[in-house]
Write a protein that binds this ligand. Structure first.
Ligand code: NDP
Length: 336
């Protein structure tokens, strides 16, 4: 029973020395408990925040504790009504081979879900983030220009494809030519630009001849700088993530531009709304029902970046924060 522990807090980008792996015996569940074997572990950008003890919307992982994370597991032993050995469950068991659970927060996926790992992606937390954030905060209208960054990740790819279903013109932004090709050819975006290209800001102006009505913000940094001057009056900006800043240790150098930003918000009557998807978890089933229909119909496509082995999880999280992933990062921890 291996467990990945937070050994120290990173300064800037996390490194291998921030993690350690310990081996323990397999735990025994008591009455009212389950023993779960992790099959898939989700890696997500928010995990960088949990490694730090800066004040945030969620508690940090204590030093010496197992790293947190969403999991899809199989029930090995059940002493709890509603679960049987062999059931697949969605839970939050963290970076470890086995976990004991009292059932709280678990979703029973049954004996043979068709794509169990999808519950960590398009049919789970990232998928509903896209669904709620775009439809309820972004308020898409037919003909709107929607700009979405991190366009091939689980959130961005779903946002862009829902945007197409809503008849928006969808402009993706991604970190390589290969990712951009995928966004256009596989996901059906109208265009996708590489934010690493030198001429990116000029290309974005060209790609948005009617300005930008919705900017689904997952990134911040230079991408936000390029989008800001293109926003139309009454544009909506669901603020979902700011990954370009997650490893930052201080504010960036340069003049204070806060007054410029506030002037844009005022003069253009922008709607800038942050959201944390956990606040909407009482509507999880409603959102997943909407998404699963589109996935079934082939209107939403989904790509996974599968990493083999729990021991590779630290490296994979470091890569995710630098854009080395191509699709939803899922670690296969155990065999099913
Ligand atoms: P992704 O798989 O999209 O991974 C993150 C991607 O961000 C990278 O692959 C990379 O893509 C891009 N990226 C990283 N650094 C930069 C940078 N400096 N500039 C531009 N792009 C960068 O992750 P998710 O789809 O899981 O998450 C996307 C965003 O949504 C994150 O910010 C995450 O924190 C946020 N989120 C927020 C939630 C909420 O409740 N508010 C819930 C879930 C996610 P590329 O190579 O294309 O640049």
């Amino acid at each position: 029973n291996r467990r990945v522990i937070l050994a120290s807090r990173p300064e800037g980008a996390p490194g291998a020395d921030n993690f350690s792996i310990e081996e323990l015996g397999v735990p025994e569940p008591e009455q009212g408990e389950l023993l779960l074997r992790t099959v898939y572990l989700s890696l997500d950008p928010y995990m960088r925040g949990r490694m730090s003890d800066a004040k945030s919307y969620a508690e940090p992982v204590p030093l010496g504790s197992v790293m947190v994370g969403g999991t899809v597991s199989r029930v090995v032993k059940s002493h709890l009504d509603g679960f049987e050995a062999g059931d697949w469950v969605l839970g939050y068991c963290g970076w470890q081979d086995y976990a004991v659970s009292d059932g709280e927060g678990l979703v029973n996926l049954g004996k043979s879900p068709s794509q169990p790992s999808y519950a960590l992606g398009v049919m789970g937390m990232p998928g509903i983030t896209a669904y709620y954030g775009l439809l309820e905060i972004g308020e898409p209208q037919p003909g709107d220009t929607l700009v979405v960054a991190a366009a091939t990740g689980p959130v961005g790819s779903t946002v862009g494809q829902i945007g197409k279903i809503q008849d928006c013109r969808v402009v993706g932004i991604a970190g390589s030519a290969e990712k951009c090709r995928h966004a256009v050819e596989e996901l059906g975006f109208d265009i996708c630009l590489n934010h690493r290209a030198e001429e990116f800001p000029e290309q974005l102006v060209e790609a948005c001849p009617n300005g930008v009505d919705i900017y689904f913000e997952s990134v911040g940094g230079d991408v936000f700088d390029a989008v800001l001057p293109l926003l139309n009056d009454f544009a909506r900006i669901p603020v979902c993530g700011l990954i370009a800043h997650y490893n930052a240790t201080s504010l960036p150098e340069g003049p204070d531009r806060l007054s410029l930003l506030m002037r844009e918000i005022l003069a253009k009557r922008l709607k800038v709304q942050g959201f944390i998807i956990y606040d909407q978890y009482d509507r999880f089933a409603e959102f997943v029902t909407g998404l699963s229909q589109w996935v079934r119909e082939g209107r939403i496509k989904y790509r996974e970046d599968l990493i083999e082995g729990l021991e590779r999880a630290p490296q994979a999280l470091m890569g995710l924060l630098q854009g080395e992933n191509f699709g939803k990062v899922v670690v296969r921890v155990g065999t099913d």
